[in-house]
Design a binder for this molecule. Structure first.
Ligand SMILES: [Zn+2]
Length: 377
C-alpha cells in the first residue's frame, strides 16, 4: 500500500489554481508544478510521461503503464490538476493540515484527492504484477475548473480509450450520468426618454422584469414536467441582471445571465428555441446569446458496457448514480470515450474555504482501483 495521504499533502502544497481566477502572472497559477512533481515520481518507477500541449504554457500530463503483451484495452484515469482559487481567504489553503483523520487544503477533494488515489493505484499496480494486455494511462488534465481546455484538447486530438474514469468527489460512487450546462445572455431593448415623460419611451427594465418572472415561474414549471431516472429535472437560474443608468432616464437596454442545467438529449439550440417560443407566446422579445466558449453536454453512459459493468460489480454498487454538476467526463464521452466519474470525497466540500477529505476515503478509492486493475486482462 502506498502512502496516498502523504502524496495528497505534497500535492496540496503545490498550488495549481486555474489561471482564469487570478491576475496574469500570479505565482499560484497553473498545473505545471503538480505535473512536474508527478512526472518525477513516475520516472523513479520507470513510467514514461508526456506533457501534451493544451494552450500556451499549459499541458495535460500523460503517464503510461504499457502492458507486457500486446495491448487489447486502454483505461484512462482522468482527474484534473487545476483547482479553484482562494488566496484571499483567511488561513493558508496551500498548507495541508490534518485533523480528525481528515486532510484540509485547497484541492483536497476537488480533485487532488482523486489525483493521489489514482496515481497511487497506478504506481502500486506498476510495481506488482501489471496487466498483460491493458494499458493504463494516468491523464492529469488542465483547466477543468474554467473552460475544460485539457479534456477538449485530448478529445479532439484523436485520443482513444475503452474507458475513462474521471476523478471527481463522488463519495466513491461510480457515476454514469450528469447534467449539462447552458449559459445564456438575454437582452431587451427599449427606447430612452426623459424620466419625467416615460410615456415617450419604452422601458427595457420593465420588459425584462416580465421575462425574469416568466423564466422563474412558467419556464421552471415546464422543466419540472420531464424527469430523468438518475438526474431528476432540468433547472433554470437567473443569476445576474443589469439595466439602465439613472432614475431620470427611461432605460433603453437590460440584460440577464441565466444558467440552465440540462438533461440528456437537451442541447443549447433547443434551449434557445424553447425560451424564444415562450417569450413569443407572451408578446415579449429578447436577444438570446450563448456565453460559453464550448458546449457543456450532459453525460449518460450506458452502465451495461462491459468495462463499466465490471467496475460497478467490483465496487459492489447495485444502484446507478447521477450527479448535478458538469465534468470533463461529458467532453471525453462526446469524443467517443465511454466515461464515468469516480473519486474519494464529497462535492459538498469542494470550492469551500475549509475544503477537506477523509484519509479513509482516499485509501478506499486506491484499493478499489487496484482491485479493478487486477480484474483486467
Ligand atoms: Zn471543482
Amino acid at each position: 500500500m502506498g502512502q496516498v495521504d502523504q502524496l495528497l499533502e505534497e500535492l496540496i502544497a503545490l498550488p495549481s489554481v486555474n489561471p482564469a481566477f487570478l491576475p496574469p502572472g500570479d505565482r499560484l497559477a497553473g498545473e505545471q508544478r503538480v505535473a512536474d512533481y508527478l512526472a518525477s515520481v513516475a520516472k523513479k518507477l520507470g513510467l514514461p510521461s508526456e506533457h501534451a500541449p493544451v494552450c500556451p504554457g499549459r499541458t495535460n500530463l500523460l503517464i503510461r503503464l504499457t502492458p507486457t503483451h500486446t495491448r487489447r484495452l486502454r483505461i484512462l484515469l482522468a482527474p484534473h490538476l487545476d483547482t479553484v482559487g482562494g488566496s484571499n481567504l483567511p488561513g493558508n489553503l496551500f498548507t495541508p493540515r490534518r485533523k480528525n483523520a481528515r486532510i484540509y487544503g485547497r484541492g483536497a477533494c476537488d480533485t487532488k484527492g482523486s489525483v493521489a488515489a489514482m496515481f497511487s493505484a497506478l504506481c502500486a499496480i506498476a510495481r506488482d504484477n501489471p496487466p498483460q494486455e491493458t494499458e493504463i494511462i494516468f491523464g492529469g488534465l488542465a483547466d477543468e475548473e474554467s473552460g475544460q481546455a485539457g479534456s477538449r484538447r485530448l478529445a479532439t486530438n484523436g485520443f482513444r480509450a475503452d474507458l475513462a474514469i474521471v476523478g471527481e468527489p463522488t463519495q466513491l460512487k461510480i457515476v454514469t450520468a450528469h447534467k449539462g450546462v447552458v449559459w445564456l445572455r438575454l437582452t431587451t431593448s427599449g427606447k430612452a426618454a426623459h424620466g419625467a415623460r416615460p410615456e415617450l419611451g419604452r422601458n427595457a427594465v420593465h420588459a425584462m422584469a416580465q421575462i425574469v418572472d416568466l423564466l422563474e415561474t412558467k419556464y421552471a414549471a415546464q422543466l419540472r414536467r420531464h424527469k430523468h431516472p438518475l438526474l431528476g429535472r432540468g433547472t433554470i437560474n437567473v443569476g445576474a441582471i443589469q439595466g439602465g443608468s439613472q432614475p431620470n432616464i427611461v432605460p433603453s437596454s437590460c440584460s440577464i445571465m441565466i444558467d440552465r442545467r440540462t438533461l440528456p438529449g437537451e442541447r443549447e439550440t433547443e434551449v434557445c428555441r424553447e425560451i424564444r417560443q415562450l417569450l413569443k407566446s407572451r408578446n415579449l422579445s429578447a436577444k438570446v446569446e450563448s456565453l460559453q466558449g464550448g458546449p457543456c453536454w450532459s453525460l449518460d453512459t450506458d452502465p451495461a458496457q462491459p468495462l463499466v459493468a465490471n467496475f460497478l460489480s467490483i465496487a459492489g454498487q447495485r444502484k446507478l448514480a447521477g450527479v448535478d454538476y458538469f465534468s470533463d467526463a461529458a467532453i471525453l464521452a462526446a469524443g467517443g470515450i465511454p466515461s464515468v466519474l469516480f473519486g474519494p470525497g464529497d462535492i459538498a466540500q469542494a470550492h469551500t474555504p475549509d475544503e477537506w477529505i477523509a484519509v479513509d476515503s482516499l485509501e478506499r478509492a486506491e484499493r478499489l482501483l487496484i482491485r479493478f486493475f487486477r480484474s483486467l486482462p
